[in-house]
Write a protein that binds this ligand. Structure first.
Ligand code: ADP
Ligand code: MG
Ligand code: MG
Length: 883
């Protein structure tokens, strides 16, 4: 078998697309070599050897040694030296390189092949003893640490003591005699520690280093890193052996690292650092302060140390040219490592550069504008989740983070304000011009107004799908949930985190992207929604098939949704309107009424308010579709549950407290999620849905008159299980439409459809579609009812399921394709079988989740609907799904 691939001298046996076999570093060294770039020659031992090594009790294939020897001679011929040659020695580096870059792996060993004999030859050839012994001491330290397992301190101590006793400040102050003496002490220390001398045989050194690379594939650090990043153990690592070039050969030599574009801003200008007369990791090790590559960067940083551009203009120009070649060739921003040996530039590594979300956006869009990549490719390159970071204010990158607690990153963005512990106070303080953070143990629907008023929400209980998390994401507000180490004392009005006690009015900052809770007002930065962001959205819109709508009911949300590019409303939850100031009283009157006539009287008070709500929504959404869900939650949600609230509510609606208490008890349900809610309310109290339908139709007429762009209301009946339920309700709604048409002399266009959120409805979709003109998949409830898991109670065990691998992800966050997805697919097919072309959408939380959106594309849904702040993410994810 072929275990070894060579590169160098404008040729290579490998190529960039062979990274599985050669690892990322080896594949790109081969590619650069084939491109004719100056790469020190070398060879790559494949990842298959690593696999073989572990499959065979940490041994090597028989024919490996021969192939390595041959490759070594080949490299030697190319550079005109011999490995282990006493007169003209070839020195090499031994570098690990997995498919994915892995910080847990073995560190690189440089200058391998040096011993007491070859170091003299190196000195003689270079005419520079200092350089030779500097290289040797580096080699002994690295090899002893990385391969022999000796602690760095052994060597650092020796060097420090030596410098101190001899009055030297910097490493560069040391002469050849100094380094020679240090090498002697190093070797003595190795022998003391290990009981045997430092290995002098270059071949033994080489195989020691190769073994260390393969051994490191399964060390603790690497295992942990692999687990965290889902890198399979079966991949293995490659080993690269490469001829040394020397950045430590005096003032005309240097070593450095660079990005072809700025990795934090994305700006199209070379960015990097270097050190004169240095080797390898000196630049990142922080031994000396590195210098800027470009003159512009030096000036901007106000540095007095020369740039590479001014110090070595020819090498710089050559490097700049190569950056251009590599960026064009790989069509992406590159992260490069280079060395200059006595004025000659050598390339040692290239790879796609890691970048911030902001830089990723700018680089992708600018590369598309430069014609380097297609718009589709730019779309593909942006992680929708990363886009989320860009849509909210965030903590400034260099701000000091003084975290007092940590919870779950429940809703992205950062927020700051004075802490308050209840919704009413939040609202009041907001009205007085204060920015507040609402801190609760957990939130409930009664806290909505406080959540609206707050800049952000912090809870000490509840998971990523707790009420606080879901509502906050819907509102686009930062939220940290489940910060269990914080103790909230409502009675005292304090929260205690670690040793810190905070009172109402104290200022905190929460970071919904990391889950951190920070003390005080931390510097923030605002999102930028124009420029590259707008360009990327344009690219995405040109690519996607599915429409993107928003879940919104308030005018503010609807406006935000439109600004973010929503193409209609996919879910308007009318119950949210019932909670609003001024109407909750009428709603409670309706619920307390003994007979239909009483309910109708109360509903008559709500009608104009609902009409006004819908009218505003229709005006904002002029020309676009709006789906309105009729009342869904059980009515007791609108009644007070705490004893202390009863009296107040009774007074406000002029009811007897005993009667109210009796009604609350009467309406108690053991399992409200599966109780008297959804269309079941419409069946038992048809007058509620009739009022809502009338409000919708009248509003549609008024809005169309005003804007001239009619909306088509889509009336959606929730929680349907049987076709008969929908038949009954549809008849009622049609009757209202006809009545309104008669009264106003109009002919309103509208559709009546249903949510598919119960397994039975999904299975019976064929017959339901005979009545329903559209389906909207309510995947929150569908997930609850398919798994039989209550979302509100799932936090206690779901995380453990995910941790133990029983579920790949939280099914309330990412749609469970195998189970819930199967029902959605089935319902879509069956619905289309009786009503070809039936409009299909999704309006659960999943409508804003990229992976779930990809699934929606595969089954051909017409649109996804998500919270307004997720609309751009959904536009991008839908575009990626269509590619
Ligand atoms: P990492 O994966 O940690 O970046 P590398 O294998 O890239 O490790 O090696 C680190 C550094 O060592 C390189 O950036 C380069 O400066 C130096 N280096 C590696 N190989 C050579 C070589 N053949 N000649 C000179 N320097 C080298
Ligand atoms: Mg490197
Ligand atoms: Mg539902």
């Amino acid at each position: 078998a072929k275990w070894v691939y060579t590169f160098g001298d404008g040729k290579a046996e490998g190529a960039a697309d062979m990274r599985d076999l050669l690892g990322g570093k080896g594949a790109n060294l081969a590619e650069m070599s084939s491109l004719g770039l100056p790469v020190p020659p070398g060879f790559t031992i494949t990842t298959e050897v690593c696999t073989w090594y572990y499959a065979n009790g940490q041994a090597y294939p028989d024919d490996l040694k021969g192939q390595v020897d041959e490759a070594l001679s080949h490299v030697g011929r190319l550079v005109g030296r011999g490995f282990g040659d006493a007169d003209n020695p070839l020195l090499v580096s031994v570098r690990s390189g997995a498919r994915a870059s892995m910080p847990g792996m073995m560190d690189t060993v440089l200058n391998l092949g040096l011993n007491d004999v070859t170091v003299e030859a190196l000195a003689a050839r270079a005419g520079d003893r200092r350089f030779a012994y500097d290289s040797y001491r580096r080699f002994i330290q690295m090899y002893s640490n990385v391969v022999l397992g000796l602690d760095h301190h052994n060597f650092e101590d020796i060097l420090e003591i030596y410098k101190e006793t001899n009055g030297h400040e910097l490493d560069t102050d040391l002469s050849s005699q100094d380094w020679q003496e240090i090498v002697r002490q190093y070797k003595t220390r190795v022998e003391e520690e290990l009981g045997e001398p430092f290995p002098q045989d270059p071949s033994a050194q080489l195989w020691g280093a190769i073994g260390a690379v393969f051994g490191s594939w399964r060390n603790q650090r690497a295992n942990t890193y692999r687990r965290l990043h889902n890198i399979p153990e079966s991949w293995g690592t490659a080993v690269n052996v490469q001829a040394m070039v020397f950045g430590n050969m005096g003032e005309t030599s240097a070593t450095g690292v660079a990005f072809t574009r700025n990795p934090s801003t994305g700006e199209n200008s070379l960015y990097g650092e270097f050190l004169v007369n240095a080797q390898g990791e000196d630049v990142v090790a922080g031994i000396r302060t590195p210098q800027d590559l470009t003159e512009a960067a030096r000036v901007a940083a106000g540095s007095s140390k020369s740039s590479l551009e001014s110090l070595m203009p020819e090498s710089f120009a050559e490097f700049n040219r190569i950056c251009g070649i590599l960026e064009t060739h790989y069509r992406d921003m590159q992260d490069l490592e280079f060395t200059i040996e006595q004025g000659k530039l050598w390339m040692l590594q290239t790879r796609a550069g890691k970048r911030t979300a902001k830089a990723a956006l700018r680089v992708a869009v600018e590369m598309a504008e430069e014609g380097l990549v297609t718009p589709e490719e730019a779309v593909r390159r942006i992680d929708p989740a990363a886009l989320d970071q860009l849509l909210h204010p965030t903590i400034a990158p260099n701000a000091e983070r003084n975290a007092i607690a940590r919870g779950l990153p429940a809703s992205p963005g950062a927020a700051q304000g004075e802490i308050v512990f209840d919704a009413d106070t939040a609202e009041k303080m907001r009205a007085d011009g204060h920015a507040v953070i609402l801190v609760r143990v957990e939130t409930s629907p009664e806290d909505i107004h406080g959540m609206h008023a707050a800049e952000g929400i912090l809870t000490t209980r509840g998971g990523m799908t707790s009420h606080a998390a879901v509502v906050a994401r819907g509102m686009g507000k930062p939220c940290v949930s489940g910060a269990g180490m914080i103790r909230v004392d409502y009675a005292r009005g304090t929260m205690v985190a670690g040793g810190t006690t905070l009172r109402k009015g104290d200022v905190i900052t929460i970071d919904g992207a990391t889950g951190e809770v920070l003390l005080g007002k931390v510097p923030m930065q605002q999102p930028e929604l124009s420029g590259e962001f707008a360009s990327l959205m344009k690219f995405a819109d040109g690519t996607r098939r599915m429409k993107v709508r928003a879940n919104a009911e308030t005018p503010a949300d609807a406006r935000t949704a439109r600004e973010f590019g929503a193409e209609g409303i996919g879910l308007c939850r009318t119950e949210h309107m019932f909670f609003e100031e001024g109407r909750i009283v009428a709603v409670r009157e309706m619920i307390l009424a003994d007979a239909e006539s009483g309910r109708r009287a109360a509903l008559a008070k709500i009608l104009p308010m609902q009409r006004q709500d819908f009218r505003e929504l229709f005006e904002i959404m002029a020309g676009l579709p709006v789906t309105i869900r009729l009342l869904d939650p059980p009515l007791h949600e609108f009644l007070p549950h705490e004893e202390e609230d009863l009296a107040e509510v009774a007074a406000s609606i002029g009811a007897d407290i005993e009667k109210l208490r009796a009604r609350v008890q009467d309406m108690h349900e053991f399992n409200p999620m599966l109780g008297h809610r959804g269309c079941r309310l419409g069946i038992t109290y048809p007058e509620i849905y009739e009022m809502q339908a009338r409000a919708i139709f009248e509003a549609a007429i008024e809005a169309a008159d005003k804007t001239g762009s009619p909306v088509t209301p889509e009336i959606m009946v929730p929680l349907v299980a049987t076709r008969e339920e929908l038949d009954v309700l549809k008849q009622r709604i049609v009757a209202v439409a006809e009545a309104v048409n008669r009264e106003k002399g109009t002919a309103i266009e509208y559709q009546i459809g249903t949510m598919i959120e119960l397994p039975r409805a999904a299975l019976r979709a064929a017959e339901i579609a005979e009545t329903a003109e559209f389906f909207s998949f309510g995947t929150n409830d569908l997930t609850q009812t398919t798994f039989g898991i209550s979302r509100d109670d799932s936090a206690r065990f779901l995380a453990e399921y995910v941790e133990k691998g029983l579920l790949p992800v939280d099914p309330f966050v990412t749609l469970d394709r195998d189970g819930v997805g199967e029902l959605v697919r089935t319902a879509a097919e069956r619905g289309r079988s009786t009503r070809p072309g039936i409009k299909l959408g999704i309006c659960g939380e999943h409508g804003g989740d990229p992976d779930s959106i990809a699934f929606c594309e595969t089954i051909g849904l017409d649109y996804v609907s998500c919270s307004p702040y997720r609309v751009p993410i959904a536009r991008l994810a839908a575009a990626q799904a269509a590619l």
